[in-house]
Design a protein around this ligand. Structure first.
Ligand SMILES: [Zn+2]
Ligand SMILES: [Zn+2]
Length: 91
């Protein structure tokens, strides 16, 4: 397992497979990296339609090819982190 963190340290990840280019910290806007010199700006999610089996048959949902999140999931996460940021006391 390898240890990755963003520049400010609020987002960390243990992974043996690396981290997604779209995974980043909303606070400092950097990707997770193994050392302090390889942080980059997170890439936007790369959505493409993926088949999903439902009771009504196969539907197509836009999912990110890296993190597999749907647009709704990625959007909900973004709103949540923005709310958390708003609630944080400003030093
Ligand atoms: Zn950060
Ligand atoms: Zn993604």
């Amino acid at each position: 397992m390898r240890y990755y963190r963003c520049k400010c340290g609020k987002r960390v990840s243990w992974s043996s497979m690396g981290v997604y280019p779209c995974a980043g910290c909303a606070e400092c806007n950097t990707t997770l990296a193994e050392d302090p010199y390889s942080h980059a700006t997170p890439q936007p999610h790369d959505f493409s339609p993926q088949p999903v089996e439902t009771n009504e048959g196969t539907r197509y949902l836009d999912r990110c090819r890296w993190c597999r999140r749907t647009r709704a999931e990625a959007g909900a996460k973004l709103r949540k982190s923005m709310e958390a940021t708003d609630a944080d006391p400003v030093p």
